[in-house]
Write a protein that binds this ligand. Structure first.
Ligand code: MN
Length: 289
C-alpha cells in the first residue's frame, strides 16, 4: 500500500515580507500558503519598503514571537527582510526550508524597483542560501494597505507556488510576481516577462526643522513606467500577472564583450581580444593586489 503523506512530508514554506509583520498582505499570503505546506513566518517588525538588500552587521538582531490577525503565531525581528530570511535559513528555524515566499507587498515591484524592494531582496537572500524563492506584489498603487483586497493576489500566489513546487525552479533563480489590482475574474492570465523600465519622478524636498536646520525628504510623484510588450509593466498594464525570473548576476554581458576591445593602459597587448591578467610587476602600486 502507498504510504499516506504525513505532516512532515508537506513542503516547509517560509513566509516573509517587507511591509512588516502586521501587514494584511502577509496574513493573506500565510493563510493560502498553509493550504499547501507547513508555514513558518519570520518577518520584520516594521515597514522596510524600499529598504533594499540589507545585511545587518553592526548590531545584534532580536527575534520575538507575535500573534497575527487570525490568532496564529509568527516570528518577527528588528532586522530587514533579507536579515529575516538569513536568520530563518541559517538556523533560527530547526527545519530545512523548501521555498521562501515574500509578500504580498501592497505595491508593485517592477523594473528597477527590484533593487530597492525589500520584498524582492528577501527572495534574493534566499537564493544566496540555495533556497528557491518567490516575491509577490500587488499593484495597489498609493492605496492604504489596510483597504486593499488581497484575495485575488493570494489566489494567484497559491497557484504560482503550487506550480513552482511541482516543477522546481532552476538553481539561483527567483520569481518576481506582480498582480494587477483587479478582481480575480478580471485578471486576464499570467505572462512570463522581463524586467521593464520604471520612470521615477523623485524630487528632493528641502525643509527646515523647528531649530532652523535643513532636512530633506526624497519626495515627488509616484513612479510610472514604460508599458512595453513582454515586460512586467506592459503585462500589468494589460491586466495580466507578470512573472519575471531574476538572478543575482548583474553582469552586463554585451558590455563585457565590448570592454574586451578596450586597452587598459597598464596591460600588455591583448591577445585574441582577451585581456591578459597583469603580472605582479606590471600592477601599479595604487591598485591593490
Ligand atoms: Mn513594501
Amino acid at each position: 500500500m502507498k504510504k499516506q503523506a504525513n505532516e512532515t512530508e508537506k513542503p516547509h514554506i517560509l513566509v516573509t515580507n517587507d511591509d512588516g509583520v502586521a501587514a494584511p498582505g502577509l496574513l493573506a499570503l500565510a493563510q493560502v500558503m498553509r493550504q499547501i505546506g507547513d508555514v513558518s513566518i519570520v518577518a520584520p517588525d516594521r515597514n522596510w519598503s524600499g529598504g533594499g538588500h540589507v545585511k545587518t552587521l553592526n548590531r545584534p538582531l532580536r527575534v520575538r514571537e507575535v500573534k497575527l490577525g487570525d490568532g496564529t503565531t509568527a516570528l518577527c525581528s528588528d532586522g530587514a527582510p533579507s536579515d529575516c530570511v538569513a536568520l530563518a535559513l541559517l538556523g533560527l528555524l530547526p527545519r530545512k526550508v523548501d521555498l521562501v515566499v515574500s509578500g504580498i507587498n501592497s505595491m508593485a515591484n517592477l523594473g528597477h524597483d527590484v533593487t530597492y524592494s525589500g520584498t524582492v531582496t528577501a527572495a534574493m537572500e534566499a537564493i544566496i542560501w540555495g533556497i528557491p524563492a518567490i516575491a509577490i506584489s500587488l499593484d495597489g498603487g498609493q492605496r492604504n494597505e489596510n483597504e486593499l483586497d488581497f484575495s485575488a493576489a493570494a489566489r494567484i500566489a497559491r497557484l504560482i507556488v503550487r506550480e513552482t513546487l511541482g516543477r522546481r525552479l532552476p538553481k539561483g533563480i527567483l520569481l518576481n510576481v506582480n498582480v494587477p489590482y483587479l478582481p480575480i475574474e478580471k485578471i486576464r492570465g499570467i505572462h512570463n516577462t522581463r524586467q521593464g523600465l520604471r520612470v521615477y519622478r523623485d524630487r528632493l524636498d528641502k525643509r527646515q526643522d523647528p531649530r532652523g536646520r535643513d532636512y530633506y525628504w526624497i519626495g515627488g510623484d509616484f513612479p510610472t513606467g514604460k508599458p512595453e510588450k513582454g515586460a512586467d509593466i506592459g503585462a500589468l498594464d494589460e491586466g495580466y500577472v507578470s512573472v519575471t525570473p531574476l538572478h543575482l548576476d548583474l553582469t552586463a554581458y554585451p558590455a563585457l564583450a565590448s570592454l574586451r576591445k578596450w586597452h587598459w593602459p597598464f596591460n600588455a597587448q591583448p591577445a585574441n581580444g582577451r585581456t591578459p591578467l597583469p603580472t605582479d610587476s606590471a600592477r601599479p602600486a595604487l591598485i591593490p593586489a
